[in-house]
Ligand binder design. Structure first.
Ligand code: HEC
Ligand code: HEC
Length: 279
């Protein structure tokens, strides 16, 4: 028994030393100074602020509290202080699809601005908005899906507004819905979870994350399948379709006039003079 005492003493001392070292060391000394690699730098935030000032502030206000849109007398909504409605994926989505900044009348949801803000600028802008307006939520990352399963979920939840192949333009009551079969999975996922503007929002109990991936896979599949849209009238937005029919009618009319104006139905059976000379 007497021999065990000093051993116990040394053991306690060792434990005490280890505890003391642990207590004196700052937690994660290396990481204490390292910043989160995903956090925007000060320079990036400044760039984001400039983008907001140039592209958004005229309508949404530099404080993000909204304001009257010049020439319309109607208000642009606040982006700040509406944590339940305006989220990170919402601002990302509207810029991604070119709905904001508006191409024309901001209340006309047909307008899309495609090449105003590039991918890097969008990221800087979203990072700034997230920080400045305390936006919540994350940009979704849907799992890889299966087109066959996606068809069913799509048919049940989306087809009535966006058309059976995502070509858009078929919602009732004169409302316009955009074409959506050209978008990557992230855009599809954002729209489903956000429910932008007049579109309903779908939560996980209605459409699971896997089903979001399936819908994206289905839309990608129809996009690949559909060849040239020119001769697939039923797939066209009705506005374009009627314009197409109008142009087609003009072409037919013009040909009829041209044919009627010709002296004969068939060209002269006699070969042209030049050919005879050559032989
Ligand atoms: C010309 C004015 C104008 C500019 C510029 C503009 N917006 Fe908008 N924005 C509007 C209007 C108006 C609406 C509401 C449209 C509607 O309800 O149909 C809107 C709606 C939004 C919404 C949806 C808010 C909600 O309550 O549903 C977001 C998000 C948004 N804008 C973000 C932006 C961002 C980000 C920019 C800059 C890249 C921007 N907007 C630039 C006028 C503008
Ligand atoms: C009640 C009709 C309705 C239903 C149902 C609906 N959407 Fe939408 N969706 C809209 C409208 C309207 C817009 C355009 C909103 C705006 O920009 O003003 C839209 C926008 C979108 C966008 C953004 C495209 C863009 O260019 O702005 C995507 C992506 C989208 N919807 C996907 C879906 C998917 C996937 C489903 C099914 C899970 C679905 N929607 C169900 C009406 C609907």
């Amino acid at each position: 028994m007497g021999a065990a005492r000093p051993l116990l003493g040394w053991g306690l001392l060792a434990v005490a030393v280890v505890l003391a070292i642990a207590a004196l060391r700052p937690a994660h000394p290396a990481r204490a100074q390292q910043r989160d690699p995903d956090a925007p730098t000060a320079a990036e935030l400044t760039e984001g602020a400039e983008l907001y000032a140039v592209f958004c502030a005229s309508c949404h206000g530099s404080d993000g509290l909204g304001g009257v849109v010049e020439g319309t007398g109607r208000r642009a909504p606040a982006l700040a202080e509406r944590p339940d409605e305006v989220t990170v994926p919402y601002v990302d989505l509207v810029v991604r699809v070119g709905r904001m900044p508006p191409a024309g009348d901001p209340f006309d949801n047909r307008a899309r601005n495609r090449d105003v803000i590039d991918e890097r600028e969008r990221e800087l802008l979203v990072a700034y908005l997230t920080r400045e307006f305390d936006l919540e939520g994350e940009i979704p990352n849907p799992p890889e899906g299966e087109a066959r399963r996606g068809l069913e979920v799509y048919d049940t939840n989306c087809a009535q507004c966006h058309g059976s192949t995502g070509a858009g333009g078929v919602a009732g009551r004169g409302a316009y819905t955009p074409q959506i079969n050209q978008y990557p999975p992230v855009t599809i996922a954002e729209a489903i979870r956000v429910g932008p503007f007049q579109m309903p929002q779908f939560d996980r109990t209605t459409i699971s994350d896997q089903e979001v991936g399936d819908i994206a896979a289905f839309l990608d599949h129809v996009q690949e399948e559909s060849g040239t849209p020119l001769f697939r009238l039923t797939e066209l937005n009705p506005v374009y379709a009627s314009a197409y029919v109008f142009v087609l009618a003009l072409v037919i009319l013009a040909s009829v006039v041209w044919i009627a104006g010709r002296p004969a139905w068939f060209p002269d059976p006699q070969p042209p003079q030049a050919e005879e000379d050559a032989s």
